[in-house]
Design a protein around this ligand. Structure first.
Ligand code: NAD
Length: 359
């Protein structure tokens, strides 16, 4: 199990470069790194929604040095990385939405695939030991719509532009690792790289479009029926803190033992800890203490893979990481967060991190 004390010690005073720090996962990551006393520089676009977790947790501008800029600008990104000289890089910046990717495939490929290449390419000019975690997704696997849990060595694929762009980011990462940061020469380049693949996460502070929890909360707050598109889709709902601690723990281990921890890693819930979308909604209504839903059928809806499960044995056995919040608790922590008033959400974010550290 993750030793959170040594994890906190490892990150204390480390220089950590986070792309996508203004996003949902990025803001939670910043908050954890603040708890660990890391020195953080973030690189991302400004938050796209008026209400967003970044503005809540960073309201006094103390969490990081923030560069608001495009990941597609390879020169600027390189300058910022070289100037900061990080010990660790977490690359989260991405266009993360499947439906948006159908409408904007080129943007999705440029941001997700070329953006990843830009991060790795910048690292070629970094003259110090650095460990890089590239965050992709469970959707990088070639999905056969079978009842099967994907393992790290399974075939990479992806039909929709988002999944394909992230699968391509995996291939780009592997290319940089083989071509420029080969483990055989680690003593020369000092760069270690791993990819982290997690499924859908939930947690307080996600207001993105096309995210089920955001839709649920918006409807509950307005006393409207919750619209459900794919009621029977099974998703491995996981609280955002579980994979984030996986990424952090992976970074610590990768930094200390690159030969062992370089490569791809799945971060998902324990087997059978899955809920259908309908069950998630029903549970959320129970915790909110009111609400109802309606199922919406969309004849021309773009294809979305039905079943996505990750086999997490490698992370359990080799990394010694395990998820600490079962789906039921993850849903509870998430809905509890949204029940807080805007003024107390920042404090509650740090409270939940503290509570997680004590598990
Ligand atoms: N949230 C999930 O359920 C989930 C599941 C699997 C994987 N992921 C992955 O985790 C990462 C973070 O996702 P999230 O949920 O926080 O998404 P988000 O949309 O909340 O955040 C995305 C971040 O990327 C930045 N970004 C987007 N385009 C950019 C550009 N052109 N230049 C610079 N920055 C840009 C945004 O500014 C933001 O900081 C992504 O790589 C995503 O693919 C998320």
């Amino acid at each position: 199990m993750v030793n959170k004390k040594t994890l906190a010690e490892f990150f204390s005073d480390k220089k950590v470069f986070v792309t996508g720090h203004t996003g949902f996962k990025g803001s939670w990551l910043l908050s954890i790194l603040k708890t660990f006393n890391s020195r953080v520089k973030g690189y991302a676009l400004a938050p796209s929604h008026f209400t967003n977790l970044y503005s809540i947790v960073n309201n006094d501008d103390r969490l990081c040095k923030s560069v608001i800029h495009d990941i597609r600008d390879e020169k600027k990104l390189q300058e910022e990385i070289i100037d900061f000289a990080p010990d660790i890089i977490f690359h989260l910046a991405a266009q993360p939405l499947v439906r948006y990717s159908y409408a904007h495939p080129l943007e999705t490929f440029k941001v997700n695939t070329i953006g990843t290449a830009n991060v790795l390419n910048a690292c070629r000019y970094l003259d110090k030991k650095c460990s890089v975690i590239i965050v992709t997704t469970d959707k990088v696997y070639e999905n056969t719509d079978q009842d099967y849990a994907y393992k790290e060595l399974d075939r990479i694929g992806g039909c929709d532009p988002y999944s394909a762009s992230k699968a391509a980011a995996e291939i780009v990462t592997n290319s940089y690792r083989e071509s420029y940061f080969n483990l055989k020469n680690i003593g020369v380049h000092n760069m270690a790289i791993a990819t982290a693949r997690a499924g859908n996460v939930i947690g307080g502070g996600d207001w993105s479009n096309d995210r089920i929890v955001a839709d649920i909360v918006k409807a509950l707050q307005k006393n409207q029926k919750i619209p459900i598109r794919n009621p029977n889709s099974i998703r491995p709902w996981q609280h955002v803190l579980d994979p984030l601690f996986g990424y952090l723990y992976l970074a610590q281990n990768l930094h200390n033992l690159p030969e062992k921890y370089s490569g791809g890693w799945n971060f998902g819930p324990l087997e059978n800890d899955t809920y259908s979308v309908k069950e998630l909604v029903e549970k959320a209504i129970g915790i909110w203490n009111s609400g109802s839903y309606e199922i919406i059928s969309e004849d021309n809806a773009p294809h979305e893979a039905k079943l996505l499960k990750l086999n997490i044995n490698k992370s359990l056995e080799v990394l010694n990481w395990k998820p600490l919040l079962p789906a039921a608790t993850a849903i509870e922590w998430t809905i509890d967060w949204y029940k807080k008033s805007a003024e107390t959400q920042k404090e509650f974010t740090f409270y939940q991190i503290q509570k997680y550290l004590e598990l």
